[in-house]
Design a protein. Structure first.
Length: 135
């Protein structure tokens, strides 16, 4: 039977999931605010890859949030998602740092999304540790 688990909103995992969704929306907004010449924010290149990975992560995090809020949990899938998310966002953080180094800070707009991508990586690692019983 499905019932609402309002206590999930006050747990560490619930707060991590909310923070991941908020950071994800912020990164999407900041990376997609400049559409040049008809290109979307998912264009080729490092920023497009980061934006695409972030968009997928936001959707998956919303799905897991709703499922956990409805007391439908599958910890093995969530643990796998936390591990995949940590790996993907470590790569995304490296891409963003690489872009900043190569760009030479001509465009300061990428500093905040880079910091938020690093925060998302750390949140995925923390969630993975909680699911493994280490935190």
């Amino acid at each position: 039977m499905v019932k609402l688990d309002t206590n999930y909103l006050t747990t560490r995992r619930g707060l991590i999931r909310i923070a991941l969704i908020v950071c994800g929306f912020a990164v999407c907004t900041l990376l997609c605010n400049d559409w040049y010449g008809g290109k979307s924010c998912f264009n080729e290149g490092r920023l497009g890859g980061v934006s695409g990975a972030n968009f997928i992560a936001v959707v998956v995090n919303i799905v897991f949030f709703v499922l956990a809020f409805l007391s439908i949990t599958n910890y093995s899938f969530e643990r796998l998602w936390a591990l995949i998310g940590a790996i993907v966002f470590a790569i995304c953080a490296a891409f963003m740092i690489w872009y900043i180094i190569e760009d030479g800070l001509k465009n300061n707009v990428t500093l905040l999304p880079t910091a938020l991508v690093v925060v998302e990586f750390l949140l995925f690692v923390w969630d993975w540790q909680i699911l493994r019983g280490e935190a």
